[in-house]
Ligand binder design. Sequence first.
Ligand SMILES: [Zn+2]
Ligand SMILES: [Zn+2]
Length: 89
Amino acid sequence: MRCWHCNHELIWGGDHDGEKEDEYDMVSNLSCPNCDTDVYVYHTFPSDDDTNIQQDLFSPDMWEHYCPVEETDMEIGKGEECNWCGETE
Ligand SMILES: [Zn+2]
Ligand SMILES: [Zn+2]
C-alpha cells in the first residue's frame, strides 16, 4: 500500500485487536517513512467469524451433560462417565 500524499511505500507497524466496545475487530497501523503520515486500516470481520472462534474455544474433548444428581450443566471428558450419576455420552 502506498502513501496517499507522496506515493511512498508505507511501512506496516502492526495490528491491534479492537476492544469489545469498538466498532471494528482489528486495526492495522501503517506509516509513511517519507512524509510523516500515519494510516490506520480498520477491519471488521463478518459476524459468523465469532461463531467459528467460539467453536474453536469449546474443547472437542468434552461432552455436555445435564446431571440430574447435581442439577447443573457440566462438561465431562470424552469417554469418561459422570462422577455424580455415572451417565456416559
Ligand atoms: Zn508519504
Ligand atoms: Zn451426571
